[in-house]
Design a protein around this ligand. Structure first.
Ligand SMILES: C[S@@+](CC[C@H](N)C(=O)[O-])C[C@H]1O[C@@H](n2cnc3c(N)ncnc32)[C@H](O)[C@@H]1O
Length: 245
């Protein structure tokens, strides 16, 4: 891996605080964020992954098969997140994740659907992190054509004010290159209501400064050292250690 992107440092700090037994993420690519987790069972969902770590790729592995591959291995579900629930169900229905990371297709409505899907496979007090909530260039607060050769944060920023409007406490770490939003798994999450709110509260065509204003006014901004304290306080407050249901 080239020089480690700073957001991986925040993910590692969160991992140390949460100490998840099971970690799940949407969007694997080279597997950098997957490798930042120390969970016994790590699950990545991506239709086109290129990870640099040992993986199990059958659709129905058992837990022992994943763990037996040794430290550093992970289960890859080679599907779009919208099509992954069936494969995830058998393995994770009794082993919910305590930490979920969303970093797949950078469209706000997809991120809402990913949160709803991951909620099904996470325990009551799980922590969620979303990547790319701060658009890295003016044009990226809108929806330019997607190019694989460019960093592209899409309109993921719109999810932060939407979650806040639903009563979810969101903190944003403005860590380079494009920020992380962190929140505790909502007790309830009406996906269709969230998609409606997304349209009502935020505009795809917002300018960059409007987008930043909306993210900053609807979340607590903290630096990456305080993030771990925030999560630790949440974990203590809810009495959660494992997050299992
Ligand atoms: C930014 S990369 C992920 C980087 C990775 N999380 C990391 O930090 O190293 C985004 C990945 O999302 C995947 N992706 C795109 N659309 C997706 C979808 N609908 N469901 C799941 N993954 C998707 C792409 O194939 C790509 O590998």
């Amino acid at each position: 891996m080239p020089a480690s992107p700073p957001y991986l440092g925040t993910l590692r700090r969160l991992d140390q605080v949460i100490r998840p037994r099971t970690y799940i993420e949407v969007g694997v690519d080279r597997g950098w964020s997957l490798a930042a987790s120390t969970a016994d069972v790590r699950v990545g969902i991506d239709p086109d992954p290129h990870p640099d770590l040992p993986t199990v790729t059958t659709d129905t592995p058992d837990i022992d098969e994943i763990i037996d591959r040794g430290p550093g291995s992970a289960w890859l579900v080679r599907r779009r997140s919208d099509d992954a629930a069936g494969a995830l169900h058998d393995l994770l229905k009794r082993r919910r994740a305590q930490f979920a990371f969303v970093d797949g297709l950078h469209l706000a409505d997809q991120v809402i659907r990913d949160i709803a899907m991951l909620r099904t496979f996470t325990g009551r007090d799980a922590i969620f992190a979303l990547h790319d909530v701060i658009p890295i260039q003016g044009g990226m607060s809108r929806l330019p054509p997607r190019r694989r050769d460019q960093a592209w944060t899409g309109d993921v920023w719109r999810v932060v004010p939407t979650l806040a409007a639903m009563g979810v406490d969101v903190v944003v770490d403005p860590v380079p290159p494009s920020g992380l939003a962190i929140f505790r798994r909502p007790d309830t999450f009406d996906r269709d209501a969230a998609l409606r709110l997304l349209t009502i509260r935020t505009r795809v065509t917002a300018t960059w400064s409007e987008a930043l204003d909306q993210v900053m006014s609807s979340a607590l901004m903290v630096d990456d050292h305080l993030i771990a304290d925030f999560v630790a306080a949440k974990v203590r407050r809810t009495g959660a250690k494992s997050g299992d249901t």
